[in-house]
Design a protein around this ligand. Structure first.
Ligand SMILES: [Fe+2]
Length: 350
């Protein structure tokens, strides 16, 4: 077993020697210093776990020695020795980090018990800190693992969505540029409407997948060049329901269901599939139907020419309260025209 080590700092040679003998007899290895600077020099070189220093010394006093040692090694145990007139200073030294104070004349048992206690307390503090550091390292490690798993999950989500997007493209259900524009308009309008940022991801998924149910509509109807018959419309109008069934069991896409299922509902209750009215229609779907109509009007489609921005805005305004939620229309109209232009420009980029 490694011998316990103590540094004794006292300018009085008699006291120093008494302490030396007491600690020697208790099995300590002793380092001796006759003043503060010498004590600090020895401490710097050997870092003993325990230091016993006199308070009243010429030059550097015990309080200064205590401060310097604690600065060099916050784990160092320091006890101060004091005569009766200096008890207040000794008590103050405890506030500065001293482990204990010993009154002179020194009582052997008291001194050795205090020394043992100081060393034990030091050891406990060190172990506690090491344990805390270990815990912190484990928490860091667990956090890193979690972040990595989360990134992998996000990659999987992205890949899944890209695959779904490609499936939609292959069936001629909207184009990528249309999706990007409508996504941009939806986010801008949602922000203007006060939708919390964390809900925007669900909105984005809903925008991308709103017509995913068209995958289940026969080609003869979906790709028919002319107008649909009444019966064909009945089938075509099933796409929100088909889309809902396709994605509602996929946890990370569940937030998209309201837009997928309700994007053809109308504020006045004349929409489908449920004929919901007013605020019964989920907010995401109410926002989406405004921006989707706006984009359809302002871009050329196979059977209709684009109309100017102002005319499209006037039409949206005209339909507020019948087709669209008037409050959403107001938010939509507050989105600056320059932002629309920017979204259109960016969406056209390859
Ligand atoms: Fe649709």
């Amino acid at each position: 077993m490694v011998a316990k080590q103590v540094l004794i700092v006292d300018d009085d040679i008699q006291v120093r020697e008494v302490l030396h003998q007491i600690f020697l007899s208790a099995g300590y290895r002793c380092l001796l210093a006759a003043d503060g600077p010498a004590g600090l020099g020895i401490f710097r070189a050997s870092h003993p776990p325990l230091t016993v220093t006199d308070l009243k010394m010429p030059g550097l006093d015990g309080i200064a020695v205590l401060g310097a040692i604690r600065e060099m090694d916050p784990d160092a145990a320091v006890m101060v020795l004091t005569g009766a007139p200096d008890v207040k200073t000794a008590i103050d030294s405890l506030k500065l980090g001293a482990y204990d104070f010993i009154m002179k004349p020194v009582n052997v048992d008291e001194l050795l018990i205090a020394a043992e206690r100081a060393l034990e307390r030091r050891q406990l503090l060190i172990e506690r800190r090491q344990y805390q550091e270990l815990l912190e390292r484990r928490v860091d490690e667990a956090t890193r693992n979690l972040q990595s798993a989360y990134r992998q999950l996000q990659d999987t989500y992205r890949a899944t969505l890209e695959t779904l997007g490609a499936a939609l493209d292959s069936r001629d259900v909207g184009t990528e540029a249309h999706s990007r524009r409508v996504h941009g308009y939806t986010v801008a309008t949602a922000r203007e409407h006060g939708v919390p940022e964390q809900e925007l991801v669900d909105l984005a998924h809903g925008v991308l997948l709103h017509d995913i149910g068209k995958i289940g509509i026969p080609d003869g109807i979906l790709l028919k060049p002319g107008p649909l018959t009444r019966e064909e419309w009945v089938i075509m109008r099933r796409h929100p329901e088909i889309g809902k069934r396709l994605i509602e069991k996929i946890p990370f896409l569940r937030g998209a269901v309201p837009i997928v299922y309700c994007h053809h509902e109308r504020w006045d209750g004349s929409g489908y599939p449920q004929g919901l009215q007013g605020e019964e229609i989920p907010l995401g779907a109410r926002i989406f139907s405004v921006v989707d109509a706006f984009d359809a009007m302002t871009f050329d489609r196979p059977y209709s020419k684009a109309i100017p921005f102002e005319a499209a805005l006037a039409e949206i305004k005209r339909c507020a309260g019948t087709h669209f939620d008037p409050a959403v229309v107001e938010s939509f109209l507050r989105v600056p025209a320059s932002l629309f232009e920017e979204i259109r420009r960016k969406s056209a980029e390859p």
